[in-house]
Design a protein. Structure first.
Length: 183
């Protein structure tokens, strides 16, 4: 379990987290930012994903995000796609509960993931792709120290149109500088 200023990250609980995760995967406000169609995943597919995530592996690790004050399950996050030679991995996050979006919870969770990635998994680079239209998500990533590296034009197709994706990353050197400055 990891604790930030606003959130706590705990290992996923396939039984306890299933209904929230399934509901979020059917919430267009969530799926649009992820570049997914709502309802694309069945309850059974979400259950299988959570079971695999709970087992974790060298390929991905998943956490549930809880509000530190109330203990409410508000989202999920992952470090996945480990490249052990290059010491890099991809970060993913979703704040599923609408009342927690845009209030710093995502930024706090991303900061924890970055810390875990560099300090526990000895990564050199942590990266992600974000829907270019997800301004709130991009702001959260930037506040956590990630920088824009590029744009993939017409990366995905959702709701009848193409969307661009921003590539963002943070390097170990960036993280160490931030730590030295107390950021």
């Amino acid at each position: 379990m990891y604790q930030g200023k606003l959130v706590r990250l705990r290992r996923v609980d396939p039984a306890g987290d299933l209904e929230d995760r399934y509901r979020w995967m059917n919430d267009r406000a969530v799926t649009d930012t992820l570049g997914m169609r709502p309802g694309r995943l069945s309850r059974e597919e979400v259950r299988r994903y959570l079971e695999a995530a709970a087992a974790s592996s060298d390929s991905f690790v998943e956490w549930a995000i809880e509000d530190l004050k109330t203990g409410a399950h508000i989202g999920g996050c992952t470090i996945r796609g480990f490249n052990h030679v290059a010491r890099s991995a991809e970060l993913g996050i979703v704040i599923g509960e609408a009342e927690y979006r845009g209030r710093g919870y995502g930024t706090d969770a991303v900061r924890l993931l970055v810390q875990i990635g560099f300090e526990q998994y000895n990564l050199n680079r942590i990266w992600l792709t974000a829907n270019a239209g997800n301004a709130a998500g991009i702001r959260a990533y930037e506040k956590a120290g990630l920088v824009r590296e590029g744009l993939m034009r017409q990366y995905g197709f959702i709701n009848g149109s193409y969307y661009d994706a921003v590539i963002m990353a943070i390097l170990r050197d960036d993280y160490e500088r931030m730590k030295q400055h107390g950021e």
